[in-house]
Design a protein around this ligand. Sequence first.
Ligand SMILES: Cc1cc2nc3c(=O)[nH]c(=O)nc-3n(C[C@H](O)[C@H](O)[C@H](O)COP(=O)(O)OP(=O)(O)OC[C@H]3O[C@@H](n4cnc5c(N)ncnc54)[C@H](O)[C@@H]3O)c2cc1C
Length: 381
Amino acid sequence: MANKKRAIAVRGSGIISHMCAIMLDRSGYEVLHITSGTPLQNDSFFAITPSAIDWLRSIGFPESFFDSIHEIRKMDLLNVPANEKYSFDADELFIDNLAFMVKQKDFICALTSINPTSIKSVSVNDVACTANHDHVNCVSNSQSIEASLLVVCDAEDEEISSGGFGRIIKHYDQEALTFSFHSKEGRFDCASQYFFEDSILALLPLDQGEVGVVWSCNSELKSLLSVLTPEAFKSYFEERINKKFTVDSALDPKKSFNLKSKSLDHVFNKRILAIGDAAHIIHPLAGQGLNLGLRDIRAIELLLSQGKVKDAGNKNFLRKYERMRKKDVSQLSFLTDSLSNTVHNNYCIHKLNKHSSTPKAISSILNNRLLKKHIVNQATQ
Ligand SMILES: Cc1cc2nc3c(=O)[nH]c(=O)nc-3n(C[C@H](O)[C@H](O)[C@H](O)COP(=O)(O)OP(=O)(O)OC[C@H]3O[C@@H](n4cnc5c(N)ncnc54)[C@H](O)[C@@H]3O)c2cc1C
């Protein structure tokens, strides 16, 4: 490399690892991407913040990607048991938009179209990495590369579970069903989040005529839904969304995720740095997991651009990064954790108990200034 900066290794196969490799390449580093290949395509979707969209433009995402994304200008948060509604409107907040819905396949298509040839990709099965005091040794059959830093990105990376990072996992006993449906009528620039006592249901318009659903259910509701016929499931779902959109196609709620959160006491250990889902997993109710990972990458990019960074793997650099990211990650973890805790098991008991504290708990969190500030910050920063 002309600038003699040392190589940085990135390990992972998801979107975050590929975006991180692209950013490092653009920042002038020699990049060794240790991966299983391009991210596997699926029919999932993400809410992406406006500032992340701007960043994707800045790193060279093609125009066709920006044509494929769908603008969200309004967000309704509905506390169903208390019959309360909280709305965020881009116009009232004097901002252009609150979020954009992106289909995973469009994201991957854009990402692979950039494909810098200067990134050296090697199979995850062929390389072993060992972090030493002043470098990370990445050894394959054919060669050995000294990297200043190893960035691990995927949630399942075993390096993170093996001590040194202080990993804390919390299982929510909730399952998220995700699916989409066609709709002829509804407000397609408005996302909605329903807070029930047994679940949190997000309606996310993906374009003019298609709506994505993330329905985080407690185990009782999940069991109830799993025995319904497709027709009964559709009627039950229609009842829950209360005519917000017409449901003009069959529903296929086959895809589900067991929900958990993950945090680390330290995001780095020696010269290994965890970012994205390797570093933090939050409840999907805020639609922020991928956004957090993209902000991790942007933070590294910013730090690398400040002054002359001789060694991106040294403790000072990694400490600066950790400090920079701590508040954002911990605030979002706290907010999503508090909101997800309002979904209870044994909700039948809560239904019978007129003094259930759940509606009040939801209200107090939705009234929290932190939530509003966060939504506006994410849209404008
Ligand atoms: C129900 C739900 C809804 C969500 N909604 C949102 C949202 O709206 N907005 C948002 O910002 N975040 C959202 N998230 C979080 C988001 O999905 C994750 O944070 C994000 O996908 C992490 O991206 P990643 O690149 O780190 O890992 P992933 O996309 O999870 O990919 C990493 C994993 O994929 C596998 N993999 C990928 N490619 C390959 C390959 N070629 N070969 C073998 N294995 C492969 C590997 O197992 C790897 O560990 C949601 C999460 C859930 C569960």
